[in-house]
Design a protein around this ligand. Structure first.
Ligand code: MN
Ligand code: MN
Length: 315
């Protein structure tokens, strides 16, 4: 018997049965956990197709197929950490600003209870209040950000906080150390030709999708690990639209010619060895995910994030 929570096995209860918690883990409060899984069903920060409010539920539903051991890495997260699904943030769907405050307060209390956080969106707006809570605890964070978009706009429709402005706000507020931030997968069309430069001018490393085409990202992640170092508190934010719409069509602002699923795995696996203090997976929009494959991929990416938390045992 393991001392830690174990996912309900498909040999104990058929995978299509039981309670649809993430990875079929127990649902419990964040006390006495090493990693708290938190759903954040917010989509009123999105600029195009909505629907990511259904992300946490759909990712939980598809996560029934995820098994406890990573076969390629040998990672055994459920033998390494006490992990549970702590449910969702009770946000105010009529008010984005109030929802952002509610998310921050929620993560303040989760982090005060001790665990690292693994969040499921929801649109990318959720990452700003999470970073505010994480930076209160850890100071300015190193960040690995996978996305088709920089999310560094100054305003959108006059609003300072939206899913496309969060990292600008986070840098302005000192939540992120920009010289320890890397953005991977940026591409497509911008509001202005120099859209990616605001971050570059502050020391952020921007790796466009074109720089990733046709190659393994393992060497890039080796460089990132060297740049950030093993001690600095690091946050991983993964926007599913960083991946190509052929593997992740169920999202609100898809952009052609993105990363492959295996490159996505290489980024997350490459974060092993860093001092990850939290991670999120955002922008899965189930109404546009007709096969469930986007949510299934998201569930697997979340599993890989657990495998990259520091101290995760390898077989
Ligand atoms: Mn984003
Ligand atoms: Mn995006």
């Amino acid at each position: 018997m393991s001392e830690f929570n174990q996912p309900l096995s498909g040999n104990e209860m058929p995978r299509f049965g039981g309670i649809a918690s993430l990875f079929r883990l127990p649902v419990q409060a964040p006390n006495d956990l090493d990693v708290a899984i938190v759903g954040v069903p917010l989509d009123c920060g999105t600029s195009n197709r909505a629907g990511s409010r259904y992300g946490p539920r759909q990712i939980r539903a598809e996560s029934v197929l995820v098994r406890p051991y990573g076969m390629a890495t040998g990672a055994a997260p459920f033998d390494s950490f006490q992990i549970a699904d702590t449910g969702d943030v009770a946000l105010n769907t009529y008010n984005l600003e109030k929802s952002v405050a509610l998310i921050e307060t929620h993560f303040d209390s989760v982090l005060a209870a001790g665990p690292k956080t693994l969040a499921m969106g929801g649109d990318h707006t959720i990452t700003l209040p999470i970073l505010r809570a994480q930076a209160k605890k850890h100071g300015p964070l190193a960040v690995i950000h996978v996305d088709a978009h920089a999310d560094m706009n100054d305003h959108m429709f006059g609003e300072p906080v939206t899913h496309g402005t969060i990292f600008r706000r986070a840098i302005e507020e000192g939540l992120i150390e920009p010289t320890a931030m890397v953005q991977i997968g940026l591409r497509a069309t911008g509001y202005a030709a120099d859209d990616f430069d605001w971050a570059r001018q502050r020391g952020v490393r921007v790796v466009t999708a074109e720089e990733c085409w046709y190659q393994s990202l393992a060497p890039l992640l080796r460089e990132v690990r060297e740049q950030i170092g093993p001690k600095r508190p690091t946050y991983l934010s993964f926007d599913i639209d960083g991946l190509d719409p052929s593997v992740a069509p169920g999202t609100g602002t898809p952009e052609p010619a993105g990363l492959t699923a295996s490159q996505g795995l290489e980024v997350i696996r490459g974060a092993y060895g860093l001092n990850l203090v939290g991670a999120d997976l955002v922008e899965v929009s189930p109404p546009y995910d007709t096969t469930g494959n986007t949510a299934l991929l998201a569930a697997n990416l979340l599993f890989e994030m657990l495998c990259s938390f520091p101290g995760c045992k390898r077989r």
